[in-house]
Design a protein around this ligand. Structure first.
Ligand SMILES: [Zn+2]
Length: 217
């Protein structure tokens, strides 16, 4: 679904757990979080309704290594679509990924060819989008900022009415709240969380950050 201009949200509405996916269109061409493998075809169908095809995706950015955000990665790498994650997330997958995926009831996806990206403007997207390293939910968690559209995809850092859980291995609540604070200083009109509804006004986003500080800070 088109949110505004060339910004698209594919908010997950199914009963089973899966993440929201977002497409930053125009000259960017970035898909954020492809989700579970078994829902990848329905995501691609929903994207095609909005006129977006696999060929429009220049880069898939994965906000963190949990299966509900990235199990579908091979669906894209196998088609030659580059996928990027923070190096700490790749390291995390390497160290405890197999055990974590088993515990979450999924198979560890193949991540051959996944590109590590550090905090800063994303070169593969001509610097139009920046990623921020925002650990707390997972050591390699990323947020993706598109300044031109004042849009921020937060993965499982912050949601409408909640923040990411930190009871998984590598979780750190104090660090998560520090990153929530840091992200709250960016100019954002479209807050795009990994789960639940998107927030679409500066006032609603500011209120949400204030509530999160009061409840979880
Ligand atoms: Zn997660």
């Amino acid at each position: 679904m088109r949110l505004t201009d060339d910004l698209y949200a594919f908010v997950w509405e199914g009963y089973e757990n899966n993440c929201n996916s977002f497409f930053l269109g125009g000259s960017v061409g970035a898909l954020i979080d492809p989700g579970h493998l078994r829902f990848a075809d329905s995501l691609l169908d929903r994207m095609s309704v909005d006129g977006i095809s696999l060929g429009d995706i220049r880069l898939v950015i994965v906000t963190h290594s949990h299966p509900d955000h990235m199990e579908a990665v091979p669906r894209f790498t196998e088609q030659g679509v580059p996928v990027a994650m923070h190096p700490a997330a790749l390291e995390y997958l390497d160290q405890i990924g197999a055990a974590m995926y088993q515990w979450m009831g999924s198979d560890l996806p193949g991540i051959d060819g996944v590109i590590p990206i550090e905090e800063g403007p994303v070169g593969a997207l001509d610097g139009l989008v920046s990623v921020y390293h925002t650990p707390g939910h997972e050591p390699g968690s990323l947020c993706v900022h598109w300044p031109e559209r004042k849009a921020l995809a937060t993965g499982d850092l912050v949601f409408s009415g909640s923040v990411g859980r930190t009871d998984f291995p590598g979780g750190d609540h104090a660090r998560l709240m520090a990153e929530v604070d840091r992200m709250s200083r960016l100019e954002v009109e479209h807050l795009l969380p990994g789960h639940g509804p998107v927030l679409q006004s500066e006032a609603a986003i500011a209120r949400n950050y204030a509530d999160m500080r009061a409840v979880f800070g």
